[in-house]
Design a protein around this ligand. Sequence first.
Ligand SMILES: C[S@@+](CC[C@H](N)C(=O)[O-])C[C@H]1O[C@@H](n2cnc3c(N)ncnc32)[C@H](O)[C@@H]1O
Length: 281
Amino acid sequence: MAASVGEEPAEEGEVVAKLGSYGWEVRLLVGGGEEESEAAAAETMLLWGIQQPTHSKPNAYVAQSSLTLALEACGHSLSILQSPSSLGTPGVTGAVMWDSGVVLGKFLEHAVDSGKLVLQDKKVVELGSGCGLVGCIAALLGARVILTDLPDRLRLLKKNVETNLRYGNMRGSATVRELTWGYDPDIELIEPLPDYVLGSDVIYNEEAVVDLLDTLMQLCGTQTTIFLAGELRNDTVLEYFLEAAMKDFVIGRVPQEQFHPDYRSRRVVMYVLIKKRNQLT
Ligand SMILES: C[S@@+](CC[C@H](N)C(=O)[O-])C[C@H]1O[C@@H](n2cnc3c(N)ncnc32)[C@H](O)[C@@H]1O
């Protein structure tokens, strides 16, 4: 029998499992003790070797020189404002949308429509929201979303939330809060701990990895499922993140077949993470 979408047979040596509250099986990155570095290296080699990300077009779903990104999602026409001129400012990356944000947002819609993910009434925290597309889609799918970013990045984010979530029949809700990775999150973010933590294109800088993982640890409880999507630009940074993350989290890669059929890119990878049992307090 042919495998249906999301149920691709595992290749020899691959371990697949359902993680957290996500209903499709993902491909586990298996490592423990010293094997973590081997598993992280094997994963990046496989991604760059098999997916050949450099052969795919960057910015397939975004136009970073435009003032708006238009996207149909959850039955609405979203219009995400961008500030291309701010991109030249050192350290400012969230002033425009990135492909992995579009892929993650449309993936959430697809997974909910397919009955593999429930966001209705769930608490969701998004990290490094940038222009806010992912958080807006999660709110349209019924979640109670807190979109977060660095303090000086919140103006555009608030504007996009206000502009795109003003429907009378909104199923979920969205608020914007400051959160710098590595600092203690506001009580509102952790009491209660979120059901889901989302992040797109947040693993691109080796220096920020330790702080990002610290924040993920603080936000993650027994019931928390993390989805991280990222663009395959730098294998060293991804490998560094995976090796460090594997110490505290079980990690599974979401197969491309589970992405939204119209928003699949060999340059984008997506992981599901849950906290390891021995890390739960
Ligand atoms: C490449 S952008 C991605 C933006 C958005 N998620 C997307 O996919 O379009 C990275 C985001 O992470 C945020 N960020 C970077 N370092 C951060 C930190 N230390 N604490 C909180 N947010 C951070 C940036 O401000 C930016 O919004």
